[in-house]
Write a new protein. Structure first.
Length: 309
């Protein structure tokens, strides 16, 4: 039976209290500005498909979206660009490598999936070609729609910190250019990619994003019928860095984590979950975000591959 909003709120409170005890992980600092985050911030938000919100903790605290931007960037391309062009640029298979690795890219000669840096940079290039000078405005409008808010801001400090230190992303983009997978100038593509990563969000926004994907196109957010199916499938297989298999087993619904400690999850036909907690595991996912979703999944019986009698 579907829980009432009050029952859901109680579960969120219990999960918050239990996941708070997880003390592992470290705040990422390879982008120097991210290293300044307070490791104690922790918020969980659930958004049901009617837009009802249940939350606990620091759910209004803003942080940069980082890799969760890849979900929205990919959805935006699926909605606005030629599907064949997308398929030719980027595969949809897990890499088995870190999110910013270029080892296999050199051999494979195209990105493995849109949830790792190489794939997202290639998709960003398509959007830059599609919208030209208006690319930032057009894509942020789409971001605002999926996040359910009108007033998006970019954290300029994080953006500058990433642009000035992100030599590996530059190497990735140059490799993509070498393989003729970027039509635009490397610096322009990296700038748009880093701006997308520096969009400020809250756990509530990430819960709304998850819920919007969970509605599978309801409420007129998507114009192409299979956009959500594409996005959720790739989140399921590639969304949780190199931990996606373990996540599928432990939690069992599509999600995407970001290096600043954010996590969005989408339970098709049920709800979205947003979590923020900066300490991340060795692969890049929020430790408390993982624990919270494992508990939410088991308490509410949300694992997609559990047979229901
Ligand atoms: N902006 C980050 C990068 O490109 C995103 C990484 C992440 O969140 O996984 O390295």
């Amino acid at each position: 039976m579907k829980p009432t909003p009050e029952e859901l709120q109680q579960i969120v409170d219990e999960v918050y209290a239990a996941a708070r005890k997880e003390s592992g992980g470290e705040v990422a600092s390879y982008i120097p500005e991210l290293g300044k985050a307070d490791a104690n911030h922790f918020g969980i938000s659930i958004c049901d498909l009617d837009g009802g919100l249940m939350h606990a903790g620091d759910t209004d605290h803003p942080f940069t979206i980082q890799s969760i931007s890849k979900v929205i960037t990919y959805a935006c391309a699926l909605e606005t660009c030629d599907r064949e062009a997308i398929d030719q640029r980027v595969d949809i298979e897990p890499t088995g490598e870190d999110f910013d690795s270029i080892i296999k890219l050199d051999r494979h000669q195209r990105p493995f999936n849109p949830m790792v840096n190489a794939g997202a940079i290639a998709i960003t290039d398509l959007l830059l070609s599609r919208f030209g000078k208006n690319a930032l405005g057009a894509t942020l409008e789409f971001y605002a729609r999926l996040l359910g808010r009108a007033d998006l801001e970019i954290d300029e400090k994080v953006f500058n910190s990433e642009v000035s230190t992100g030599k590996k992303n530059l190497a990735t983009a140059n490799l993509l250019k070498h393989f003729s997978l970027l039509d635009n100038e490397v610096d322009d593509v990296i700038e748009l990619y880093c701006r997308h990563c520096s969009v400020l969000v809250t756990a509530v926004d990430l819960a709304r994003l998850g819920a919007n994907l969970a509605r599978a196109g309801g409420h007129g957010l998507f114009s192409r019928p299979d956009t959500c199916r594409h996005v959720l499938s790739v989140m399921m297989t590639c969304g949780m860095y190199n931990d996606a298999g373990q996540w599928a087993l432990d939690v069992g619904y599509p999600a995407k984590s970001g290096i600043s400690g954010g996590m969005t999850a989408s339970v098709p036909g049920r709800m979205g979950v947003g979590v923020f907690s900066p300490p991340v595991n060795e692969l890049g996912s929020s430790v408390r975000g993982w624990a919270a979703n494992r508990l939410i999944s088991s308490k509410l019986g949300l694992h997609l591959f559990t047979c229901k009698e």
